[in-house]
Design a protein around this ligand. Structure first.
Ligand code: NAD
Length: 434
């Protein structure tokens, strides 16, 4: 027991996240002031409904037992079941989970989905564990969370360092814990599963496709063409890769990339799929890619470009680097990549920000389609999914863009106002129990 306690202390040591919660609350309060949000509803939305912390043991490959700490924060479910990703990263803690859960509430509301917001994960560095260990960690985490998640209650999805394989293990574990007759009816307990296991064709690219579309819609509104426009991407994972892939298809040019391991630049252009294939044979890393020079980490955001896509972690664009950004548009693929101080500088400099809750909402819309597909026992084709996604994301974009013009506010404020008003309406119509 003494070893377990020491191990637990080691694993749960606080990792600073530089105030993600502070950021999301400032954004919320500013929008709440703008719409004169009902004070009782401001109180309700300022706190999270439920915060679940689970500590669980997992046997490692060497036979020893490690204790992990997992989180699931359920912010609000006024519009439907909690929905949001699970992240495996050293920065996961209660503050990050709360902030990310709140962002999910705004995102699902803005997208017009019948969901609330949740988020969670495990504080760990997955590169330190074997595939077998990650599977056992995921299954045991699912077992620990099982009474608090469910297809009509709280529906996790992939996020940083989790993927369709993680979701397949989660779904299988959850379903195995149900009586046989209920197993398949619970398949939609998670979304983002592999296509062969109840996943949606196209869910893999849905978020990146949405980021690309948001940029394209913005360009259309401003009579701009994306051909030969230069873009940089921070994070070359699921979101960053697919956003780059679709932008390149449209004629834009990837000129710099940063991931957890380093940064690279080539002003003549980096071929997206060449880089993607290279990372597959380089342990997921972009470093030493032969067709680009390496770049200092701190110089990345200062790279010459037209479009900047932060698609990695939160709090990346701050007062320290916002003055250096050359792009005229920042499309937020990640959740919370720009902090309030960084945003102020960007807006003062006339740089447009397509806010995360709009820009990366293709993922949760795709997840909604997967949930519907499972719930109704259907199988949707890729072209059908992509067309539905585009239509839905265009509606969301237009809503936010038009509101921002009408009320003369930036797009983040517009997106927040629309999202919060929809939840406010639900509370006003239903009242507060009892
Ligand atoms: P991922 O794990 O597939 O990729 C993350 C990428 O970020 C990797 O290339 C990694 O090397 C890089 N990275 C990690 N730490 C970094 C650092 N300190 N500096 C630079 N790069 C770093 O994750 P993902 O699913 O692509 O998610 C990326 C972001 O998009 C997250 O903020 C996530 O919350 C958000 N998001 C994801 C989805 C989705 O469907 N996957 C949906 C909406 C939003």
């Amino acid at each position: 027991m003494a070893t377990l306690t020491a191990e637990l202390k080691k694993k749960t040591k606080k990792v600073p996240v530089r105030g993600m919660m502070n950021n999301v609350m400032k954004q919320f309060n500013s929008a709440a002031d703008q719409i004169n949000l009902h004070p009782s509803i401001r109180k309700i939305l300022s706190i999270t409904n439920n915060e679940i912390i689970v500590n669980f043991p997992v046997k490692m490959d060497n036979g020893e037992v490690e204790i992990f700490r997992g989180y699931r924060v359920q912010h609000n479910n006024a519009l439907g079941p909690y929905k949001g990703g699970l992240r495996y990263h050293s920065t996961v803690d209660i503050d990050a989970a709360r902030a990310l859960a709140m962002w999910m509430t705004w995102k699902t509301s803005l997208a017009g989905l019948p969901y609330g917001g949740g988020k969670g994960g495990i504080q760990l560095d997955p590169s330190k564990y074997s595939q077998g260990e990650l599977e056992r960690i995921t299954r045991r985490f699912t077992f620990a969370l099982a009474d608090n998640i469910g297809p009509e209650h709280d529906i996790p999805a992939p996020d940083v360092n989790t993927n369709d394989q993680t979701m397949a293990w989660m779904a299988d574990t959850y379903m195995s814990m149900r009586p046989p007759a209920e197993r398949t009816a619970n398949q939609h307990v998670v979304t983002g599963k592999p296509a062969g296991s109840g996943g949606l064709e196209g869910r893999d690219r849905a978020t990146g496709f949405g980021v690309f579309l948001a940029i394209k819609f913005w360009a259309e509104k401003n009579n701009k063409n994306l051909k030969r426009k230069k873009f940089i991407v921070q994070g070359f994972g699921n979101v960053g890769y697919w956003a780059a892939h679709f932008l390149e298809d449209e004629g834009a040019k990837l000129v710099a990339v940063q991931d957890a391991f380093g940064s690279i630049e080539n002003q003549k252009g980096i071929v997206v799929d060449d880089l993607f294939n290279y990372t597959k044979s380089n342990k997921g890393s972009i470093i030493d890619f032969p067709d680009a020079k390496s770049l200092k980490k701190e110089d990345f955001f200062a790279t010459e470009c037209d479009i900047c896509i932060p698609a990695a972690l939160g709090n990346q664009i701050t007062a320290d680097n916002a003055t250096q950004i050359k792009a005229t548009i920042v499309a937020e693929g990640a959740n919370g990549p720009t902090n309030v101080e960084g945003e102020k500088i960007l807006l003062e400099r006339g740089i447009t920000i397509i806010p995360d809750i709009l820009c990366n909402s293709g993922g949760v819309v795709g997840s909604y389609y997967e949930w519907l597909q499972n719930r109704n026992g259907e199988l949707w084709q890729l072209d059908e999914v992509m067309a539905k996604l585009e239509k839905k994301l265009r509606e969301s974009f237009n809503k936010v863009y038009d509101y921002s013009l009408k009320k003369v506010v930036d797009m983040r404020t517009a997106a927040y106002c629309i999202a919060i008003q929809r939840i406010e309406r639900a509370y006003v119509e239903r009242g507060i129990f009892p």
